[in-house]
Design a protein around this ligand. Structure first.
Ligand code: SF4
Length: 267
């Protein structure tokens, strides 16, 4: 199988103890079969597993192997090879078209989000491969990003419609619920949202490319996700990168939520 990855992929490095929103908290960690067999030989690991998942601890649902300094006790004691697939892979994702595997970095990780939002060069794949899904058009577009969003997917719902819909989806983190509800209190006009997108054009251009790549050209998903993220940024006052990270965790990492968003937005 031929494997391609975005040009920034190899620059990703987990920030471990420097990470402010560790993926070792609040996520269920399902252990693959090979790792389960391996862990059978380690009583100190096995005792923290139930139903093929690590038993999370405390109110913040920490992985039992996350130490107080934010480092992984398993890596410290046994080295990286002891990790199960999900811990080795995160935040990477894979899509397949024919016999080509497209690797990527998911934006729910703050280090990946930082790389994606601040990328300053046109999108390319390595080793060299055809850039699909209209991503090259995003790089070539010379007008306002807000106009490009409209061209990708015509706006057929209001900000109020969007937030009502998103509030019906399963919510994992109460912070996301608060962010969405801020849109019920603060009316964000289309003009204000577009001005915000255009004043943060690098980040929003990168967001469009990320969503198109991750969701294999689903222009409706890309455009409406960008609109909602900009509106939440204006209403909630949260940092744009934080909103992108939480949006990714809430929507992209829930197949059910992502499918419902895509269903709502025909391509
Ligand atoms: S969220 Fe990203 S940077 Fe943070 S601990 Fe997980 S992989 Fe590392």
């Amino acid at each position: 199988m031929n494997t391609l990855r975005p040009h920034y992929y190899d620059r990703f490095k987990c920030t471990a103890d420097k990470c402010r929103h560790s993926c070792c908290k609040g996520w269920e960690i399902d252990i693959d079969e090979d790792s389960m067999s391996l862990y059978e030989q380690y009583p100190d690991i096995k005792c923290h597993i139930k139903d093929s998942s690590f038993v999370l601890q405390g109110n913040d649902e920490r992985c039992p192997f996350l130490n107080e300094s934010g480092l992984c006790k398993l890596i410290l004691k046994y080295g990286e090879d002891i990790l199960c697939d999900i811990c080795t892979d995160h935040p990477r994702f894979r899509n397949y078209i024919g016999d080509i595997e497209y690797l990527g970095l998911g934006m729910c990780c703050e280090a990946a989000c930082d790389l994606i939002l601040n990328d300053t060069v046109p999108f390319s794949l390595v080793p060299s491969g055809e850039v699909l899904f209209g991503i090259d058009k995003v790089d070539a577009y010379e007008g306002k990003v807000s106009d490009l969003v409209r061209q990708l997917y015509a706006e057929n719902s209001t900000c109020a419609d969007r937030v009502s819909f998103y509030l019906t989806l399963e919510c994992l983190d109460p912070v996301w619920d608060e962010m969405l509800k801020s849109l019920l209190d603060v009316e964000v006009s289309t003009q204000a949202r577009d001005a915000f997108i255009d004043s943060n054009s690098l980040a929003f251009r990168n967001l469009l490319k990320y969503f198109l790549y991750r969701h294999m050209g689903h222009a409706g998903f890309a455009a409406e996700s960008v609109r909602l993220i900009a509106e939440v940024a204006l209403s909630s006052g949260h940092d744009l990168a934080d909103i992108c990270r939480i949006y990714s965790a809430e929507i992209e990492y829930s197949d059910e939520n992502a499918d419902l968003v895509k269903e709502r937005m025909s391509v």
